[in-house]
Ligand binder design. Sequence first.
Ligand code: ZN
Length: 859
Amino acid sequence: MPGTNLTREEARTRADLLHVDAYDIELDLSSAREGGTFRSTTVVRFTATTPGADTFIDLVAPSVEEITLNGAPLDPGSFTDSRIPLPNLAAENELRVVANCAYTNTGEGLHRFVDPVDGETYLYTQFEVPDARRVFASFEQPDLKAAFAFTVTAPTGWVVVSNSPTPAPVGEGSAQVWTFEPTGRISSYITALIAGPYVGVFDTYENGAQKVPLGVYCRPSLREFLDAEDVFAVTKQGFDYFQEKFDFPYPFAKYDQLFVPEFNAGAMENAGAVTLRDQYVFRSKVTDAAYEARAATILHELAHMWFGDLVTMEWWNDLWLNESFATFAEAVCQAEAPGSKWPHSWTTFANQMKTWAYRQDQLPSTHPIMADINDLEDVQVNFDGITYAKGASVLKQLVAYVGQDAFFQGVQAYFKRHAWGNTRLSDLLGALEEASGRDLRTWSKAWLETAGINVLRPSIVLNTDGEIESFAVLQEAPALPAGAKGEAVLRPHRIAIGLYELADGALVRTDRIELDVDGPRTEVPELVGRHRPAVVLLNDDDLSYAKIRLDEDSMTVVTEHLGGFTESLPRALCWASAWDMTRDGELAARDYLALALAGIGRESDIGVVQSVQRQVRLALDAYTDPDWREQGLARWAAAAEEYLRAAEPGSDHQLAWARTLASVARTDGQLGLLSGLLDGTAEIKGLAVDTELRWSLLIRLCATGRADEAAVTAELARDNTAAGQEHAATCRAARPTAGAKAEAWAAVVESDTLTNYVQEATIAGFQQSDQRELLAPYAAKYFAAVKDIWETRSHEISQQIIGGLYPSLQVTQATVDATDAWLAEAEPAPALRRQVVEARAGIERALKAQAVDRAAGAR
Ligand SMILES: [Zn+2]
């Protein structure tokens, strides 16, 4: 698809040639209730530096009716391969394109959704990376900024929201017209349109004379669950914090946040019109970790209003900087903003972002943070753990390296200098160098242009009195997987070392030393002559990005007293270290289970508890000796039931254990408890068996053959919502019969009618770790189908299938061999190859970890 796959070279050539002034875009959405296509009329005014030159504009549409360039009609038949050629440009140009564009059900372009509760139609756009061109003719690259003016015809009575404030609609009859003011100069990927009978709640952010109108929207069927006050409270904290730290007032006219259905990502930073997945409107009880995640997302998108929207990357190779900055900003704001409910955000950052980054950075597809993005297909598979999480970790390290005050001074200069423009990494680094006086070239080369994770280990020698005779931090180069891009290097690390003592079972920090680590061995003279503490924790406060290993004595104390750290961050660091030792085969999966069982009862941070629960499950499913796996699962299920029964009634921990039990229950007693909770014959004091928990229980009962279609239909009658329909799809695909598997497979692979969310739910039901034998025949079917899927489905849909249906549960050499045979024979495109190679790496890692676990069982 060369037409849709714009290359960096093409974008550069086009940016050199054009300056785009303005778009006038007329969309006729009066047909939205019927679906199909809609009329899109675009008028673009732009200048060309070389009159007489040719270029093209992007459009993904079923048909084009009219093309007029500078008053002269062009043949609509010239529209091929998602491009319209524009020959013989004048110095000043006006282009008019009339096209029929298509509504989608994949979450890309203009997504159309019908709510089963009210039968109403809801639309929203999602344009990143290159999908504005599915709605209007567009020079689809971030550095061709322009003013965008939308005029929208939509059914009377609808709510229509875009980047500019919503005007009063005019006209009578079944449709009305909304004429929006032009935006400031922004990139096409952050323009937006949300339309339908959404409901809104309003407030104002006030700061001195500044007044910014705020809106929060969702579908009426979710209105009763929308806690807009909480959303506004976090938003206002973000406005206060970012305006002060960035020393730049919020740049847009208003700030709307819209919770929209079937959204593929967490949220999207459309200028002044942020869209968020509507699972963030909580229909049932969730833990505090979910509120924290929502707040983080709100702050992330708000930070993008400056970093990304006001100042925008020139090309997608700096996507990492865009995402890393917003990810860092969300965490630092939560940690520091007055009134923040989540001042422990760096614990969550260590627990989630770092874990994601470390995992991604050990895949064969790992790459330097500064990735080569040659075309749009490259960037679409690059929304990964390097781009978001490693980048943000390294940014946190950069802040430790230059100091936070200097960091924000540099950022302030950067916003003032480049407002409404486009930049490269060097523009930010230059501003930071000026503010901090530090040369960042060496730093940038070591951290941004190389791949992999360094390992830091303490080397402690004691004298006969038990005092420290020498103390050094040893650094190892990353162990890069075969075929990975980039160089394995040692890096400069700014780290803290925490010293902890045991007192009445509590691990309390008694001292902290901050230093620069460089090269393979860094001596720490400050610690010589001192008494050896109970635990020495490298990278305390999590300033740097590295795998941390404990010395043997510290490991012994931590294994026994992990729950004893009085602060949540060192606990999270030790949990993370144990997990990555498990993944690396340095700790047997059954030993990780033992460590988790010993420590999790004292873990108060609910986000950490839920991560450990997920990791234990993954360890049991993938990293244990298959001959021992059932024993491990039985122990875990028994522990889940005990913790559930012992948890404080109504607490987050109680809910987290209920969900864990619902995912792993296996004995008659446990499954009977699930049935009893569902039909009301059993009760756990304080546990609300609400809509979402009911579905979790039912999914497990279906997967174990204890609930049938009648039970699913009955549950759907209680909850006939979009979410209910998705859960029902999971239930049906989870049933332990060959027929159910075949049906699910056919729905996803042999048909292309499922929406993005129903497809995802079906895949989740299909893959059941207790059903490996039933699923075995689908490995061969996968390899027979995957290339065709990639070539015929949209990006989001094919990505779900390629990753989701890979035979990950068949942890055998045969799966590795089948993958290799396919890779050799199919000659997949790079982006497809990358996804399959990543899945294959999961099998290889699991095979190694299983061998380690088997050996541990024999000892
Ligand atoms: Zn982002």
